[in-house]
Design a protein around this ligand. Structure first.
Ligand SMILES: [Mg+2]
Length: 257
């Protein structure tokens, strides 16, 4: 995977910005660095105001695994300027009825997890019920492999109505019929009439976006830890994101957008 900030990547970025693309971005590990506790995460200085300025020129959306209400206070100056799709694509403020159905589908899994509360606690797993998805965090578990195994087995008991997928020290469960991040980004692009899209993400649940993107979309995996990623380009680390946003703004300013 080529680094985006090398000549070929920068040429692709310049070409994409000419088309006033939809800019859709993951949050944790992409716009903000990962922290041991998810409640402590927010965007670093330099990200929030750049997102807000970018949103004055092109549609900007954050497509996150978090709840929308949880995400907004974490993005600084961008809070009132960007769209947010939550719960891995399953929470959409424009579709409250569909979002409610996706939340109800998780009821049997909620009951299973309540019954298994002691075992989950003993394994060092924290359950975060986000409405349209349930996250089983095991970042603080002593035996992460065993914790992941238990989390996946409990989620599997609710299949096929519920789909589970891994992330960084987390197992996520969503309704099998809910849109994923790829569905969400394609829907945003259609709604904004955007022929070109820039999407960046750092995790397993971002891969469907990379895999489902037309070849001319600019897809960016954050980090070099996934050599088999389907993204076209990568950034070396989350810390390079502010630089990428600055370059997008500079290209828009140069073109008079
Ligand atoms: Mg992420």
């Amino acid at each position: 995977m080529q680094h985006l900030l090398e000549p070929a990547g920068l040429a692709a970025l310049a070409e994409t910005m000419r088309h006033l693309p939809l800019v859709a971005l993951d949050f944790d590990g992409t716009l903000a660095p990962i922290a041991p506790r998810p409640e402590h995460v927010s965007v670093p200085p330099g990200i929030g105001w750049r997102l807000a300025r970018l949103a004055q020129c092109v549609p900007v959306a954050i497509v996150t695994g978090r709840r929308i209400a949880d995400l907004r206070p974490r993005i600084g100056a961008a809070a009132d300027h960007v769209e947010v799709i939550g719960n891995h694509g399953a929470e959409n403020a424009d579709d409250p009825a569909g979002s409610a159905v996706h939340a109800r589908t998780l009821e049997p899994l909620r009951a299973t997890l309540a019954d298994a509360a002691q075992a989950l606690d003993a394994a060092g797993i924290t359950v975060e019920d986000k409405g349209q998805s349930i996250a089983l965090h095991y970042r603080l578990a002593r035996d992460r492999a065993a914790a992941a195994d238990l989390a996946l087995r409990l989620c599997a008991s609710a299949a096929p109505a519920v789909r589970a997928f891994g992330g960084k020290a987390v197992v996520n469960a969503v309704s099998a019929h809910a849109p994923d991040k790829s569905d969400a980004v394609h829907a945003l692009a259609r709604r904004h009439g955007a022929t070109h899209v820039i999407f960046a993400g750092d995790d397993v649940n971002d891969e469907p976006v990379f895999a489902g993107a037309p070849p001319h979309w600019l897809t960016i995996r954050i980090g070099r830890d996934a050599p088999s990623s389907r993204a076209r380009f990568c950034l070396g680390a989350q810390g390079e994101m502010a630089d990428l946003l600055a370059r997008m703004l500079a290209l828009l300013t140069a073109s008079g957008a």
